[in-house]
Design a protein around this ligand. Structure first.
Ligand SMILES: Nc1nc2c(ncn2[C@@H]2O[C@H](COP(=O)(O)OP(=O)(O)O)[C@@H](O)[C@H]2O)c(=O)[nH]1
Ligand SMILES: [Mg+2]
Length: 389
């Protein structure tokens, strides 16, 4: 399962985002709500369920909206010099290690200083925080490399390829290959043989960029001054009001409103039962949603998974005629897969044995056989035929 880590300095709204995103009212998903501990939870990517167009009855979506599970980690607040072990530095970086992508939550309203203290809206430049997280991660990678550098350069005996191999081995857990190291080295013209460990900082910055795709989330848009918003929009920040999303999910859970995460608006269930403050609170959120096409929380998760990680949703079935499994459960599974994945990759994702015994696959919509190396599309429904039982 994909893992997204919420990172950033204290007080920007990571925990509020986490709470909102992991609050699955039973209606949105029939997964049991899973909290591994207060900082690990399950959130969802939203997609259109194919049952809608195929006019099937499916029990895994809400009105044709499917919510596919992803892991979320609420990472301990980052403080300056985390890479030297300050604050919860090491725990912070260990959490990041587990993540496929990072959701960097910043306070877009500029109301939180670099240590996480409230300083009043507009008194801190949030763009500084974007650079700061990248810097801390770079120095974390650099620190790891530093521990191995003497050995790597001694063993290489002046051979660049051996150094590349050594660096890649150090970061194999981050998915770095010797080719990646060579590409970076050529691009940045770094002298791996004669350079000092400090000369490797730009290389470490590139390792961070490759291994940890990052979406910057500008939270607290309900309080963000226009000038800051314009500046952050240019930096492709995803705007969010986590507090509004949390309020909506609470209200939906209490049946006060009808709202699905990612909806651009909500409906009040019964105006008469709301108190005046509740009405006023909801009206404020409604105005914010109108301006921003929603609260941004679901949109940010979707953007991270579909755009940053380049994923699609594919539906494996066993019975291509009825689009179901052997028990008659329609569209029982929705898998997130990298764009470019093939039916054979899907077979492996269903089960290693199914992958090993792969014979061919069928597109359930057309009932046609598709090639082993055919590239899957978002929304494909696939039956895998395998020699494995
Ligand atoms: N105005 C506003 N405040 C928010 C929003 N989200 C969170 N906050 C507030 O920001 C403060 C810090 O939130 P928290 O989630 O604990 O931040 P964390 O330290 O990053 O986990 C709390 O007072 C929240 O109520 C938001 O969307 N708008
Ligand atoms: Mg927190």
């Amino acid at each position: 399962m994909i893992t997204l880590a919420l990172a950033g300095k204290p007080n920007c709204g990571k925990s509020t985002f986490f709470k909102a995103a992991t609050m699955a009212n039973v209606e949105i998903a029939n997964y049991p709500f899973t909290t591994i501990n207060p900082n690990f939870g399950v959130g969802y990517v939203r997609t259109k369920c194919p049952c809608h167009d195929l006019k099937l009855t499916c029990t895994h979506c809400v009105d044709g909206n499917r919510f596919v599970a992803v892991n979320l980690i609420d990472v301990a607040g980052l403080v300056p010099d985390a890479h030297k072990g300050k604050g919860l530095g090491n725990q912070f970086l260990d959490n990041l290690r587990q993540a496929d992508a990072i959701l960097h939550v910043i306070d877009a309203s500029g109301g939180t200083d670099s240590e996480g203290n409230p300083v009043g809206v507009g008194n801190h430049d949030p763009e500084e925080d974007i650079r700061f997280l990248i810097y801390e991660m770079t120095m974390w990678v650099h620190g790891i490399l530093g521990k191995h550098w003497t050995r790597i350069s001694r063993q290489s005996q002046g051979k660049g390829t051996v150094i590349e191999q050594g660096i890649a081995e150090t970061f194999v857990g981050l998915g770095i290959t010797p080719d990646d190291v060579r590409d970076i080295q050529l691009q940045l013209k770094i002298d791996l043989i004669h350079g000092s460990i400090d000369d490797l900082i730009p290389l470490c910055a590139e390792i961070v960029k490759i291994s940890k795709p990052m979406l910057v989330i500008g939270n607290k848009i309900d309080e963000t001054p226009e000038a800051l918003r314009t500046k952050l929009a240019a930096a492709k920040v995803a705007f969010v009001s986590a507090a509004s999303e949390l309020a909506l999910r609470n209200a939906a859970g209490a049946h006060m409103i009808q709202y699905l995460p990612g909806d651009e608006e909500f409906k009040i269930a019964n105006e008469g039962t709301l108190t005046a403050p509740q009405k006023a609170g909801l009206a404020k959120i409604a105005a914010l949603m109108k301006e921003n096409h929603g609260t941004g929380v679901q949109q940010a998760i979707n953007r991270a998974v579909y755009e940053l990680l380049d994923m699609i949703v594919v539906y494996p079935v066993e019975d291509e005629t009825h689009f179901c499994n052997k028990q008659g459960d329609v569209l029982p599974d929705a898998f997130l897969m990298k764009k470019g994945s093939t039916p054979h990759d899907l077979a492996f994702q269903v089960h290693t044995d199914i992958g090993k015994g792969f014979l061919y696959a069928l597109d359930a919509r057309t009932k046609m056989r598709i090639k082993e190396n055919h590239v899957l599309k978002n929304g494909d429904i696939i039956k895998v035929v395998s020699a494995a039982k």
